[in-house]
Design a binder for this molecule. Structure first.
Ligand code: UD1
Ligand code: CA
Length: 465
C-alpha cells in the first residue's frame, strides 16, 4: 500500500449534540487518546501520509490536541457530511486517485480495515466503495438499499426511511473510498431536501449509480468495525472494546493479566515480557513498564517509567521514574519528578515529590520526601518529613550516602545531612550535619525514679476520701 498514493479525510466538524458535552465529540478520549486520533492514527498506519481532518465545532481544540502530523480543513457551518467532505477540495486539488473518507466518531477502525477497503476499491476499479455491516438492531444508522440483483442503489438515513426501508438491517458504516475527481464533481450537486436539511455524503452513491459508475461494497461481519459513537453510552462501550483489545495485545505478547475486567491500560502504554499486572490496576498516558515487574493489585500509574523487575503494589504513581528491582508500596504516592533508583525501597504511606532516591536507599514508612536528594543506601526512618516549603519558597534537602535518619525526624530545608551521618530519632534538624557526624535535635530526656509509683499512690489515697 505504501507505494501507491492514497489520500484520506476524517469528518470531525460536527457538534456531537447527543454527547451532551462542551467538548467537541472527537476529543472525547478512549483509552487515553481522543476518539478522532484513533481514526487518524489508523489511517496513517494504513499508508495515508497526511490525513485531512475536517474540523469545525471546537476545531482549534482538535488541532491543538492532534498536532501538526495532519492537515486540517475548516467547515465553518455544519451543513452535513457531504458538505464537510467538500471542504477538503482545495487540499486535494492535485490528488488523482482514491480518497478514503471516514468519520471521526468510529474509533475502533483498524489499519487493516482501511487497507482492505482500498484493496476492494482498486480491484473493482470502482468510483465509490462503501462499507456496510449487518446489525441486529440497525436503528439510527443509514440503510443500504439494494436492487433485485443485490446492487446498492442508494443509502437512506434512518430519519428519511420508510417503514420497509427501516426493516433493512444492512447499515452504512460511514467508511468509504472514492475516486477523488468523481467525489468533488458530485458533492456540489447534492441537495439538502431531506429530514435533517443537510447535504448527505451517502447521497453520492445514488448519483454514481444513476451515471452508471462502478460501485463496490465491502460487508463487514465484525460489528466492532461499525461502532459509531454518538452518545456517552456508545463511548463507554467502544472504550470497553478497545480496552479488551489492548489487554489481549499485551497478554499474547507475554504479559500476565489477572482479572481482566478490572484492568485498564491506555493505548500508548508499553509493558515488558513476564510482567504481571494484578487486579484493579490502571496504567495511563505514556507509561512504560519493564519486564518482570509486578504491578498492583490496585496501582495507578500515569506517564511514568518503571524499570525491569520492580514491584509497584497498591500505589499511585504520576510522572515518575522508577529504576530496576525497586519496591514501591503498598500505599506509596510518587508525584511528578520522583526518581527512584535501582533496588531502592519506598514503603507504605510514603509520598515522594521532585526527589531523587538513589540506588539502594530506603524510605520505608510514613514519610514525606519533597525537593530532596537521598544518596545511595541511605536509610530514612519512619515518619521522617522534609520541610521543603516555608510558605513562600521551596527548599532542597540533601541526605548523604549511607546516612541514617532516625524515625520521626524533621529536616528543615535548606539543609544537608552528610554521608554516613546519624540523625537521632525525633530530631528537628535545622543546620547542616557534616559527614560521619551524629546530630541530636531534641530535648534531653529526664527520668524520675519512683515517680510513677508515688503518683499512683497519691491518686488512690485521694479517691478513698
Ligand atoms: C452517518 C451516516 C449514516 C451512517 C452513520 C454511521 C450521513 C448523512 N449519515 O450518520 O449513513 O449509518 O454515520 O455511523 O453521513 N460531520 C461533519 N460535518 C457535518 C456533519 C457531520 O464533520 O456537517 C461529521 C461528524 O462530526 C461525525 C461524522 O461527520 O464525525 C458523522 O456525522 P454524524 O452526525 O455522527 O452522522 P450519523 O448520524 O452518525
Ligand atoms: Ca455518527
Amino acid at each position: 500500500m505504501q507505494s501507491l498514493s492514497i489520500a484520506g479525510m476524517i469528518l470531525a466538524a460536527g457538534k456531537g449534540t447527543r454527547m451532551k458535552s462542551d467538548l467537541p465529540k472527537g476529543l472525547h478520549r478512549i483509552c487515553g487518546i481522543p476518539m478522532v486520533e484513533h481514526v487518524a492514527r489508523a489511517m496513517k498506519a494504513a499508508g495515508v501520509q497526511r490525513p485531512i481532518i475536517i474540523i469545525g465545532h471546537g476545531g482549534e481544540l482538535i488541532q491543538e490536541a492532534l498536532g501538526d502530523g495532519y492537515d486540517y480543513a475548516w467547515q465553518h457551518e455544519q451543513l452535513g457530511t457531504g458538505h464537510a467532505a467538500l471542504m477538503a477540495k482545495e487540499l486535494l486539488a492535485d490528488h488523482h486517485g482514491p480518497v478514503i473518507v471516514a468519520a471521526g466518531d468510529t474509533p475502533l477502525l483498524q489499519p487493516t480495515i482501511f487497507a482492505e477497503l482500498f484493496e476492494a476499491h482498486n480491484s473493482a476499479g470502482a468510483a465509490m466503495t462503501l462499507s456496510s455491516s449487518i446489525l441486529p438492531d440497525p436503528s439510527g444508522y443509514g440503510r443500504i438499499i439494494r436492487d433485485s440483483e443485490g446492487k446498492p442503489t442508494r443509502i437512506v438515513e434512518h430519519k428519511d426511511a420508510s417503514e420497509a426501508e427501516r426493516a433493512v438491517n444492512e447499515i452504512n458504516v460511514a467508511l468509504y473510498c472514492f475516486d477523488c475527481e468523481t467525489l468533488f464533481r458530485i458533492l456540489p450537486t447534492l441537495s439538502n431536501s431531506n429530514a435533517q436539511g443537510e447535504y448527505y455524503l451517502p447521497d453520492v452513491l445514488e448519483v454514481i449509480q444513476k451515471e452508471g459508475g462502478v460501485l463496490a461494497a465491502k460487508v463487514y461481519e465484525d460489528q466492532d468495525v461499525t461502532v459509531g459513537v454518538n452518545d456517552r453510552w456508545q463511548l463507554a462501550l467502544a472504550e470497553n472494546e478497545l480496552r479488551t483489545r489492548i489487554l489481549q495485545r499485551h497478554a499474547v505478547s507475554g504479559v500476565t493479566l489477572r482479572n481482566i475486567d478490572s484492568i485498564s491500560i491506555d493505548v500508548d502504554v508499553t509493558i515488558g515480557g513476564d510482567a504481571v499486572i494484578e487486579p484493579g490496576t490502571i496504567l495511563t498516558g505514556k507509561t512504560s513498564i519493564g519486564s518482570g515487574c509486578q504491578i498492583g493489585p490496585y496501582s495507578r500509574i500515569h506517564n511514568s517509567v518503571i524499570g525491569d523487575g520492580s514491584a509497584v503494589v497498591s500505589s499511585y504513581v504520576d510522572s515518575a521514574i522508577v529504576g530496576q528491582n525497586a519496591a514501591i508500596g503498598p500505599f506509596a504516592h510518587l508525584r511528578p519528578r520522583a526518581n527512584i533508583g535501582d533496588q531502592a525501597k519506598v514503603g507504605n504511606f510514603v509520598e515522594i515529590k521532585n526527589a531523587q532516591i538513589h540506588e539502594g536507599a530506603k524510605v520505608s514508612h510514613l514519610s514525606y520526601i519533597g525537593d530532596a536528594t537521598v544518596h545511595e543506601a541511605a536509610n530514612i526512618g519512619a515518619g521522617t518529613i522534609t520541610c521543603n516549603y516555608d510558605g513562600f519558597n521551596k527548599h532542597r534537602t540533601e541526605i548523604g550516602e549511607n546516612a541514617f535518619v532516625g524515625s520521626h525526624s524533621t529536616l528543615v530545608a535548606p539543609v544537608k545531612i552528610g554521608a554516613r551521618a546519624i540523625i537521632a530519632a525525633g530530631s528537628v534538624i535545622t543546620h547542616d550535619v557534616p559527614d560521619d557526624a551524629a546530630a541530636f535535635g531534641r530535648a534531653r530526656q529526664e527520668t524520675k525514679e519512683g515517680w510513677a509509683d508515688r503518683w499512683r499512690k497519691i491518686k488512690k489515697a485521694a479517691g478513698k476520701q
